[in-house]
Design a binder for this molecule. Structure first.
Ligand code: FES
Length: 109
């Protein structure tokens, strides 16, 4: 892991994260989970806001672009971090922009 300007942090190579998989990474002191959905990369906090489960253990709904927490099934939008199953509309886990440069995945933290 290394840092470049604008807090773009290299977290892995694309080959380390094939389609349909997720990977927990450390970036700028945060634990983040990066998902590869059909070559598009998403990054959110690796933390369910309900009871703290790691979202890297969740299951991904590729159609909806969501991860479903493995403990009690709260769902999160992978693009925004919004909790889509919570009755309140303003419950978000952290989400981060991703960028691919060559064969490396960067997260803006
Ligand atoms: S800890 Fe994630 S839904 Fe309960």
């Amino acid at each position: 892991m290394s840092t470049t300007s604008n807090n773009m942090i290299k977290v892995c190579k694309t080959s380390e994260l094939p389609h349909g998989q997720s990977k927990a990474v450390q970036a700028n002191g945060k634990e983040i989970v990066v998902f590869n959905i059909k070559g598009k990369f998403f990054a959110i906090d690796n933390l369910c806001l309900h009871a703290g489960a790691p979202l890297t253990d969740g299951s991904v709904d590729e159609e909806k672009g969501q991860v479903i927490c493995g403990w009690h099934a709260w769902g999160y939008d992978l693009s925004t971090g919004k909790c889509v199953t919570h009755p309140k509309q303003d419950v978000f886990t952290g989400s981060y922009k991703t960028e691919i440069k060559g064969d490396e995945v960067f997260v803006m933290v």
